[in-house]
Structure formats: C-alpha cells, structure tokens
Design a protein around this ligand. Structure first.
Ligand code: ATP
Length: 367
C-alpha cells in the first residue's frame, strides 16, 4: 500500500517585500516521514519553513497539506488553522509556567489534558520534572519540553527550526536521535532545518540541499552522498572536493593520481575534461602504494585523523586514516585511491589541478 502524501510544495517562491528568496521550490513529504532542509547560512531554509507554517505568504506556486491548498498567491491559511506544530531554536517556553503547564498549554480545554501531558512527559523522559520551571532545566531538557508541547495538540506535522543548535556536541547528537525515535514512534511527520549535515543524516528520511534559495537535490541521505546531482551538493555533503581528470573510457578517468576505474559510465566524448569527486575516505594509506604524499597538516578526530597531504606536484589532498596510524607533519606516506563510486561533473572553468584541490576546510587543519 502506498504511503499517503501529506505535504506538497509545487513551484513555490517566497520572500520579503515582493522579492523572492526561495524560488521554484517543489518537494513532497509522505505521512510519517521526517525531512530536513540543509544548506549554508542565508540560503532560505527558515523562509521556506515559515511559508509552510503560514507565517509568510507565497509569491508563486502552491502548498498543499493533506490535499488542501493552504498557500497560494493571494491566499494564506492562517498558521493556527494549519494544525502544524513548531519547535524553535530558543525553545520559546513560557517562563512563568511549569514544565507540565507548558506542555498542557495548547490542550487546556481538552478533557484529558492531564493524561496526555503525563504521557508526553514520560515520552520525553521528563516525567519527574513536571513541576519545575524552564529556568530550572538544562538546554536539552528545555528542548524536550518544547517538543512535548508541540506534540500535545496532535499536529498534522511538526516544523523544527535549528532545534539543537543551542546544544553542544554529544548532547546534540543524542537528542537529535532521540527526537527522531520519538517522532517515528508516534508516526509524526516533520521537517527540520539545519546547516549540520551529520544532524540531517541522523534524523531524516529525506534531505533537501539548498543553495542560494534553490533546492539543489531532494533525496535520501544515501543518494545525496553517493549520487550527488550537482557539484555544490557533492562538495557540501561529505567534505567532497574535486580533482581534474580526462575521460579515457565511459568509466575510466586519467588523473594526476593515476587512472581511476569507476562503477558507473558517463556517455560523454572520450577525452572530455572532467572534475572527479574525491572524499577524504577515498584516499587510503598503502605503504606499497603507487603515490607518495607528504603530511602537511592533521586534525585528530578521535577514531580517525584527517590529514592534509601534499603531492610532489604541489597538489593538496584530504584523507581520513584510522587514528592508530599516527603520521607526523612532514612525513612521506604511501597512498592509493579507492574511489570506485566515480562521480564526475563536466570540468568547471579551467583551474589548475592544484587550485581545484584548494582545501575547503583549511581552518580546521592544524599544521
Ligand atoms: P540561517 O541558516 O542563517 O538561519 P537560512 O537558510 O534559514 O539561514 P533565511 O533565514 O531563510 O536563511 O534567510 C534567507 C534570506 O532572506 C537571507 O538573505 C536573509 O537575509 C533574508 N531574510 C530573512 N528574513 C528576512 C526579513 N524579515 N526581511 C528581509 N529579508 C529577510
């Protein structure tokens, strides 16, 4: 049986003062699905969320929820009539209400408000803290209260705007997985905005990658990583970078690093200049490997170390090796390429290979 469609955006443009910030946006969400809008700061993620919530009108296209048009130019169903719950970055709890009163706020008239509140507090593991006030809670606990409050009126879907960005490291990772489990257990559909790829992958069934107000790709995390449709998606997801190459056969490329054989064919003319996607885990240590590279920087990541490597030609590579093999700065290491995924794009411009390899995250690399 097909899962029913819940949300459908078709050719949506929205923005401010009549100027579109998000353009020609089409995406859909099935009942029970969790999706994420991912992209750099200012690309239009929050604007899109606000249009779905009904806080911003659309300038073009239309938004349907459960088959009903909720936004089109000249018509915006008010937010309170959409039955869409919101969770904000700053939790937005009522400071003068207890935890339980916050959760019960949207269902005050409901005859079973006490039971529902108790169940939700248990769901978010705050059943012992119902009498506390928001300022007596940690950030993670406050965000759990905000989630329970948003779920209480049984919304048709939830929108979460950077819900974990005030939390750090481990807590952020843990809470994002917990929230996914809670939403999945209740079958609640949700769209979450983030600029953190790891978070997007941990939480979502589908991810939309935005650049400059345009959706570049709406896909599963797996496909975004393995089948990026544009160079932007390829480099934004998974720390990808490009080296210049030349197509030898539909599935073989000659590069400065040697010949790379891939697992897919490109029907472009033989000899075409191409940009070859590499990720740090495509470079593997191999003492007997065909290439020698010098360590020019490294960042300890825990289980792995991110190395910046320099080839004799001066080109730079990024590579992630298991951290038990600890190479020092200046050391020569043998490497080989293990990139059978072979993602190629027509060569952009005419940069030299060394420019194409300019590190994107130099600031995270310590010499
Ligand atoms: P971030 O990750 O930094 O929150 P975002 O992808 O969510 O960014 P938006 O908040 O949607 O981006 O903003 C998109 C663009 O719209 C930005 O250029 C921003 O300056 C502009 N913008 C946002 N709000 C308004 C507003 N109220 N009036 C005019 N322009 C706005």
């Amino acid at each position: 049986m097909m899962t029913p469609l819940l949300l459908n955006l078709h050719g949506v443009s929205c923005g401010f003062g009549g100027q579109p910030v998000v353009q020609d946006l089409s995406l859909h969400l099935n009942v029970g699905d969790i999706a994420c809008l991912l992209g750099p700061s200012g690309c239009g993620k929050t604007t899109c969320l606000r249009a779905i919530a009904g806080f911003e009108p659309v300038l073009g296209g239309e938004i349907q929820l459960a088959g009903e048009i909720i936004s089109r130019p000249g018509f915006t169903l008010p937010p309170e009539k959409r039955r869409i719950g919101m969770v904000f970055q700053d939790y937005a709890l009522f400071p003068h209400l207890s935890v339980a009163e916050n959760v019960a706020f949207g269902i005050r008239q409901h005859p079973e408000s006490r039971r529902i509140t108790a169940e939700l507090l248990e769901l978010v593991t705050l059943d012992r803290l119902g009498k506390r006030y928001p300022h007596e809670l940690s950030g993670g606990q406050q965000q759990r209260v905000a989630l329970a409050r948003a779920l209480a009126p049984e919304p048709r879907m939830l929108l979460l705007d950077e819900p974990f960005s005030n939390l750090d490291g481990e807590l952020r990772r843990r809470l994002s997985k917990e929230v996914r489990d809670i939403l999945k257990a209740r079958g609640t559909s949700a769209i979450l905005v983030t600029h953190d790829q790891e978070e997007a992958f941990a939480v979502s069934d589908h991810v939309g990658v935005f650049q400059d107000g345009r959706l570049q790709q709406w896909d599963t995390p797996y496909n975004l990583y393995h089948e990026p449709l544009t160079p932007f998606v390829a480099s934004f997801i998974g720390q990808g970078y490009f080296i210049r190459g030349q197509l030898l056969t539909p599935d073989t490329v000659q590069t400065e690093l040697g010949i790379i054989n891939g697992n897919r064919a490109y029907n472009w003319p033989v000899g075409s200049p191409v940009d070859v996607l590499l990720r740090p885990d495509d470079i593997v240590p191999d003492p007997a490997g065909p290439l020698q590279a010098r360590v020019s920087g490294k960042t300890f990541l825990g289980a792995a170390t991110l190395y910046r490597l320099q080839l004799p030609t001066g080109s730079q590579l990024e590579a992630v090796f298991p951290s038990h093999a600890d190479h020092h700065s200046g050391e020569l290491v043998g490497i080989r390429i293990a990139a059978d995924h072979l993602v190629l794009f027509p060569a952009q411009g005419s940069q030299a290979v060394s420019q194409a390899l300019a590190p994107r995250q130099a600031s995270s690399i310590q010499p």
